[in-house]
Design a protein around this ligand. Structure first.
Ligand SMILES: CC(C)(COP(=O)(O)OP(=O)(O)OC[C@H]1O[C@@H](n2cnc3c(N)ncnc32)[C@H](O)[C@@H]1OP(=O)(O)O)[C@@H](O)C(=O)NCCC(=O)NCCS
Length: 151
């Protein structure tokens, strides 16, 4: 689905943290206020946000070391899922990384996370490896996915 026209994509800000805390599920590994506040000051951290009507409805946290990026967290407010927000936000983040000279993006995802895996495949990510029992609580394999970013 195409993202709503009023969607704004931008760097994440400190004042988004409280809004994100209203929808992020920390038990599922999504970031709480403390995690997000420290990501915003991490030197290798790149944090992006998506706004609808001035309210943050999604965020992405990516670590960048030289030409390599690792996706740490990508979350959309459950009330706004399946409307193109996640795809628009992640495409925006990948575009910003490309401009910064990043050539390769890697991520790990739960093997049963169909929504995320389908989104990543649509953006060109390919599965490179399966890591058995990588996650706990609940235990699950991880898929390691890669994307080469064209200059
Ligand atoms: C993964 C996530 C970010 C996707 O965000 P979203 O805004 O719902 O995704 P989009 O609407 O942009 O969907 C883009 C594509 O992804 C796939 N997709 C998204 N949700 C899906 C679902 N529930 N089932 C199957 N495919 C799905 C589809 O191919 C979709 O394209 P389509 O709508 O044209 O069919 C969101 O589901 C989420 O926040 N999940 C919880 C956190 C998480 O698991 N993050 C990823 C691991 S860090």
């Amino acid at each position: 689905m195409k993202a709503p026209e009023c969607l704004t994509l931008r760097p994440l800000r400190a004042d988004d943290v409280a809004t994100i805390a209203t929808f992020a599920d920390e038990r599922a590994g999504e970031f709480g206020p403390g995690d997000l506040a420290s990501e915003l000051t991490r030197p290798i951290g790149r944090c992006f946000g998506a706004d609808l009507d001035g309210r943050c409805v999604g965020y992405a946290v990516i670590w960048v070391i030289e030409e390599q990026a690792d996706v740490i967290n990508l979350v959309v407010d459950p009330r706004w899922r399946r409307r193109g927000v996640g795809r628009a936000l992640f495409e925006y983040a990948l575009g910003a990384l490309r401009v910064d000279g990043v050539s390769r993006c890697t991520l790990e995802v739960r093997a049963g996370n169909v929504a995320a895996i389908e989104l990543y495949r649509k953006l060109g990510f390919a599965t490179a490896q399966r890591r058995a029992n990588y996650y706990s609580d609940p235990p699950e394999d991880a898929l390691v996915m890669h994307l080469a970013l064209a200059r």
